[in-house]
Design a protein around this ligand. Structure first.
Ligand SMILES: [Zn+2]
Ligand SMILES: [Zn+2]
Length: 188
C-alpha cells in the first residue's frame, strides 16, 4: 500500500501521518479545517447532532450516527489499509479516486427518495482520499454505491482472494472472535 498523497510505500496499517509528506488522515476524518471538508462533515453528521435528517436535493444522502462519528478515524485507517479503491466521478463530474469499505456496525442512516423511514447503512465511502482539500468521508448507502461506483472486487486482507466489493475478509479466513478494530490495533 502507498501514501494516498505522495505515493510513498506504507507498511502495516495506514499511518495517522505520512513520514514522507506529512499528509494526515485528519483531512479525511472530520478534524480538518478546510471549509469544504467542514461543510461536508457538517452535512454528513446531521443525524448525530440533531437526531433527524433533512431531505437532500440530490438523491440519497447518508449521515454518520453517533457511533459512526466516534469510530471514524479508526474506520478511515482500516478502509485505507484494507478497503476497495478505484475511480468514480464526483458531484462536479470530475474523475476522482475513492476508497470504500463495509463494517459490521451500522455507522450511518440515510434517506432514499420514495422511502419514509431512515435506511441504516454500514458502508464507509471516502472520496478523493489523496486530496488535502477535497477528501472527505460519508456513510455509503447501497443505492448510492450501485449508481455511482463502478463495480469491482474486494480483496481478503489475509489470503488476497477476490471477494465482494468493499468487503475485507473472506469466509474461509473468517474465524470466531475476528473483529476489525482488534486487527487494526494488532497490525500496527
Ligand atoms: Zn505521503
Ligand atoms: Zn481469505
Amino acid at each position: 500500500m502507498n501514501c494516498m498523497h505522495c505515493g510513498a510505500k506504507v507498511y502495516g496499517v495506514y499511518p495517522i501521518v505520512c513520514d514522507k509528506c506529512g499528509y494526515s488522515i485528519d483531512y479525511l476524518s472530520g478534524v480538518s479545517t478546510s471549509a469544504f471538508q467542514q461543510d461536508k462533515f457538517w452535512k454528513h453528521t446531521e443525524i448525530s447532532r440533531t437526531g433527524s435528517l433533512s431531505i437532500g436535493k440530490h438523491g440519497p444522502i447518508g449521515s454518520f450516527t453517533m457511533l459512526g462519528v466516534s469510530i471514524l478515524s479508526d474506520m478511515v485507517r482500516y478502509a485505507l489499509t484494507y478497503g476497495s479503491t478505484g475511480k468514480t466521478t464526483n458531484g462536479r463530474g470530475d474523475a476522482t479516486n475513492f476508497c470504500a469499505c463495509y463494517f459490521p456496525e451500522v455507522i450511518g442512516s440515510g434517506i432514499l427518495p420514495g422511502h419514509s423511514l431512515l435506511v441504516p447503512c454500514s458502508g464507509l465511502m471516502i472520496i478523493s482520499p489523496q486530496s488535502q482539500d477535497w477528501g472527505h468521508p460519508f456513510p455509503m448507502l447501497d443505492e448510492w454505491q450501485q449508481k455511482n461506483v463502478p463495480y469491482q472486487d474486494g480483496r481478503c486482507q489475509f489470503c488476497n482472494k477476490s471477494i465482494d466489493f468493499g468487503q475485507t475478509i473472506c469466509q474461509d479466513c473468517y474465524h470466531p472472535g475476528f473483529d476489525w478494530r482488534t486487527t487494526l490495533r494488532e497490525a500496527q
